[in-house]
Design a protein around this ligand. Structure first.
Ligand SMILES: NC(=O)CC[C@H](N)C(=O)O
Length: 330
């Protein structure tokens, strides 16, 4: 029986980290080459026929649009040329949720693309990297994952790219899907799905980035009690294409920022209201009059994910209704 062909694209992160202390603290992310990482995982070669490429080797706090585009183009090429059946991406945890969502919106194939990483460097006691990498290859190679597209596999959970959020700064169980829960679990030799993703773009994605070398510039602004309008005004002055507000409660803005948003949208800046609250939706024309101030809403996407969709949406249209519909669809 032939093993599935899995391509590992390595980008860095703690999973490629090295330190001098066996205690998890104090290490450098993004240093170990991918082939050394694979060698540290017993039995991984029995799961799939593996090949690996180093796309970058960085801490994911330094993730860039340029690397996102490079990854998206390489994924497209791998599936178009039938170079692999599935892909595993090793990635730092800080921005993994953003990369996962970006790739889920841009991937034109439904083959599995699994992101994973670790919270403890390979040199730390009880490093979680080898097991996470093993689990990621298991999920990518499993027949049940065939049409499931982009997911995150971490600490035994399988999480949808749209829903996954880093919800702990240091624990090995760093990722959850606060609005929906995980899609499934990988335990021992078995992969189990409980649920399916409802909002995947996949094959029919309108966001083809294979010919782009940059994306629209979208900023995020955090709201808090008595916040001034300095940030929104500065971004408008800097001529950003869009602003996502990490608003109060169900995406509310205080008076001064309501006025600042109205000025921004009048100047043609797309403004999407999201919330700083970790779960729940932001409703159109609820407490805030979106019609009047020219804003749209991010539904239940967190601000950093709403930014990704607004960046990609703006590659297609500046029209408010079109952009709003992307947020209800994806
Ligand atoms: N656990 C981690 O991967 C964090 C390391 C680093 N900040 C990164 O995101 O790459």
């Amino acid at each position: 029986q032939q093993l599935p062909r899995i391509k590992i694209l390595a980008t860095g992160g703690t999973i490629a980290g090295k330190g001098t202390s066996p205690n998890a603290a104090g290490y450098q992310a993004g240093v170990t080459p991918i082939n050394d990482m694979i060698d540290a995982v017993p039995g991984i070669d029995k799961l799939a026929t593996l090949s690996a490429e180093q796309v970058s080797n960085i801490g994911s706090q330094d993730m860039t649009v340029a690397i996102w585009l490079k990854l998206a183009k390489r994924i497209d090429e791998i599936f178009k040329n039938d170079e692999a059946d599935g892909i595993v991406i090793t990635h730092g945890t800080d921005t993994m949720e953003e990369t996962a969502y970006f790739l889920s919106l841009t991937n034109r194939y439904s083959n599995p693309v699994i992101l994973t990483g670790s919270m403890r460097a390979g040199t730390a006691m009880s490093s979680d990297g080898p097991k996470n990498l093993y689990n990621a290859v298991q999920v990518a190679a499993d027949p049940l994952s065939k049409e499931k597209g982009v997911m995150v596999v971490f600490n035994g959970s399988i999480l949808d790219a749209r829903e996954v959020v880093k919800t702990n700064t240091t624990h090995v169980d760093a990722f959850t899907a606060p609005n929906t829960g995980p899609m499934g679990q990988v335990l021992g030799e078995t992969v189990r799905y409980y649920t399916t993703e409802l909002r995947a773009a996949n094959k029919n994605t309108p966001f083809d980035v294979t010919k782009l070398d940059k994306l629209p510039n979208v900023a995020v602004v955090l709201l808090f009690a008595d916040v001034s309008d300095v940030a929104i005004n500065a971004y408008v002055k800097a001529e950003v294409d869009g602003i996502v507000t990490a608003g109060l409660g169900d995406g509310n803005l205080n008076e001064i920022n309501t006025a600042a948003v109205m000025k921004a949208t009048n100047k043609g800046v797309a403004v999407c209201r999201a919330s700083r609250v970790p779960t729940g939706r932001v409703i159109l024309n609820d407490e805030t009059d979106d019609k009047k101030i020219g804003s749209i809403v991010g539904d239940d996407l967190n601000p950093q994910k709403a930014r990704i969709l607004l960046m990609l949406g703006l590659t297609q249209s500046k029209e408010k209704e079109t952009l709003q519909n992307y947020f209800f669809k994806y």
